[in-house]
Design a protein around this ligand. Structure first.
Ligand code: ATP
Length: 237
């Protein structure tokens, strides 16, 4: 079943057009990766889906409902949650307080303990550091906290913007393993990545964005084996 659909979406920053006529779908249960170079429009796409940016043209539907004009905080209630690029955690709040911020707007408060257990199972380090201030955590730990906070709204669709950014190789491998685990637990994931190799390897389907347009699409494996993708994004040719 289609969970998310973008149809003919364009986004402008003033007179600069960042996305041109973007169309794609994310099905329930999938991991979908969006790859592309710096400035291709990956973050713009994510912020448009989470409602932080408005479309100038096109339509976004979620579970069949038109959400194009829906405010970001209402989209969270409907099941769309984003872990932003650059982590975006609250540095002056403890780990626990950061996680609690993720439950804002939740109607089923009784489900919170179960989701906290889920986050602590996925990221035992966060449990160990419950009382530590977010800003004093390492880069990898802050990334875990950002993903953990996004999971605290128990989303149907988790949006991950460059989860591997700035991480050491062992953390990168760990983050992709955890993304797989989150997906196995039933959460649909849309992940934006510059680390194309790992992202494609872990994705059911993927799209390539180039200067605001989708130029390639296929299964993760098809794109991994596509010579033009290899040359441009995978560092081999
Ligand atoms: P990166 O991987 O470098 O973060 P990206 O693929 O996420 O890149 P976006 O951040 O979505 O790219 O940017 C897409 C285009 O929109 C770029 O040309 C960028 O310069 C432009 N852009 C982004 N934010 C703004 C803004 N606030 N005002 C004007 N132009 C912007």
């Amino acid at each position: 079943m289609t969970l998310l659909e973008l149809a003919g979406v364009s986004v402008h920053y003033g007179r600069i057009q960042a996305l041109r006529d973007i169309s794609f779908t994310v099905d329930e249960g999938e991991v979908v990766a969006l790859i592309g170079a710096n400035g291709a429009g990956k973050t713009t796409t994510m912020r448009t889906i989470s409602g932080l940016l408005n479309c100038s043209e096109g339509r976004i539907t979620f579970e069949g409902q038109d959400i194009t004009k829906m405010k970001a905080h209402i989209r969270v209630v409907h099941g769309i949650s984003q872990a932003p690029e650059g982590r975006g955690i609250f540095p002056g709040m403890t780990v626990m307080e950061n996680l609690d911020m993720g439950t804002f707007g939740r109607k089923d408060r009784s489900g919170v303990p179960k989701d906290l257990d889920r986050v602590f199972d996925l990221f035992p380090r966060l449990k160990e550091r419950e009382k530590q201030y977010g800003g004093t955590m390492s880069g990898g730990e802050q990334q875990m906290l950002a993903i953990g906070r996004a999971l605290m709204s128990n989303p149907k669709l988790l949006l991950l913007d460059e989860p591997s950014m700035g991480l050491a190789p062992q953390f990168i491998r760990q983050i992709f393993k955890i993304i797989k685990e989150i997906n196995n637990q039933g959460t649909t994931v849309l992940v934006v990545e510059q680390n194309a190799n790992q992202a494609l390897a872990g994705a059911h389907r993927a799209f390539v964005l180039e200067t605001g347009e989708i130029t390639h699409s296929g299964t993760g494996r098809q794109l991994l084996e596509d010579p033009s993708i290899k040359e441009a994004y995978l560092g081999v040719g």
